[in-house]
Design a protein around this ligand. Structure first.
Ligand code: ADP
Length: 256
């Protein structure tokens, strides 16, 4: 790696993430912020905050990724999220053969060959009920934080069935279950199971090789991870700092 500083910026549909590495690939810092309605300004702020912490910004190189990657000013190039996720996971977890990424608005399954190159992938950006958006809507509806949801340890043997594939209908379905007298924990367990099953179906379709690693913001939710394991009947490991995986990959790609 010849550049002194490597910056990866992932402008996601929900959250923007940035990672700064030194020329040897060691992390100097990372930042995240809601993308909101001003992705260009958010990306510029994250970049500035990280570079301000560095002693010198001479020779810094930046790669932008994510849904809003075209909004990143001063990026040396843009790279797709699939490539960045694969690169980040390959660096952090060299044994990974499948990556499941669940973000705020889409989910992806990526199969990696030996050496970490992308062999095949599947992306779902049609059904929000299989993404973090569903959890965000449900948390807001019931006045819960994402940490409340992530910490849900359902010991319930039979979470309730939530079958709608559209978040708006799924929210109505959840509200109806509550109004029928079902306990919130049972309903929430059903929400987590519904997301995991939807994504597990894509994993199975692609033919997931093990080990499977879970990345993206929703990987912070332990209940979704466990439900994925149950649905797949295979271990699913959480990536290190899962929400930053694509930004890591982008920073590493800045060295090329
Ligand atoms: P994107 O790149 O599409 O913006 P991310 O990979 O950043 O998506 O993931 C965003 C999603 O992560 C949110 O929709 C939210 O559901 C989930 N999330 C973020 N923080 C947490 C947390 N602390 N616990 C559980 N889930 C979280």
């Amino acid at each position: 790696m010849s550049a002194k500083l490597l910056l990866g910026i992932d402008v996601g549909s929900t959250t923007s993430k940035a990672v700064l590495l030194d020329g040897g690939g060691r992390r100097l810092g990372s930042r995240l912020a809601p993308t909101g309605h001003a992705p260009r300004a958010v990306a510029a702020r994250l970049r500035e905050e990280l570079l301000n912490e560095a002693a010198s910004t001479e020779g810094a190189r930046a790669v932008a990724t994510g849904y809003g990657r075209a909004m990143v000013e001063d990026a040396d190039r843009t790279v797709t999220e699939i490539t960045c996720h694969a690169r980040g996971v390959r660096h952090l977890h060299p044994d990974a053969r499948t990556v499941v990424d669940i973000g705020g608005q889409d989910s992806k399954v990526i199969r990696l060959g030996a050496g970490g190159l992308v062999q095949d992938f599947a992306m779902n950006d049609r059904c929000a009920a299989g993404t973090g958006a569903f959890l965000d809507v449900i948390a807001a509806r019931f006045g819960l934080t994402l940490d409340d949801l992530a910490g849900l340890h359902s010991k319930r043997p039979a979470p309730l069935e939530v079958s709608s594939t559209c978040v708006v209908f799924a929210e109505t379905e959840v509200v109806n279950l509550i109004s029928q007298g079902h306990e919130l924990d049972d309903v929430l367990a059903g929400v987590h199971r519904a997301i995991a099953r939807r994504v597990a179906a894509s994993v199975e379709q692609l033919g997931a090789a093990e080990p499977i690693y879970f990345s993206g913001g929703v990987a912070l939710n332990e209940t979704v991870r466990r439900e994925l394991e149950l649905a797949l009947e295979k271990p699913v490991k959480r990536c290190t700092d899962p929400q930053f995986t694509a930004a890591w990959g982008a920073a590493l790609l800045a060295a090329d």
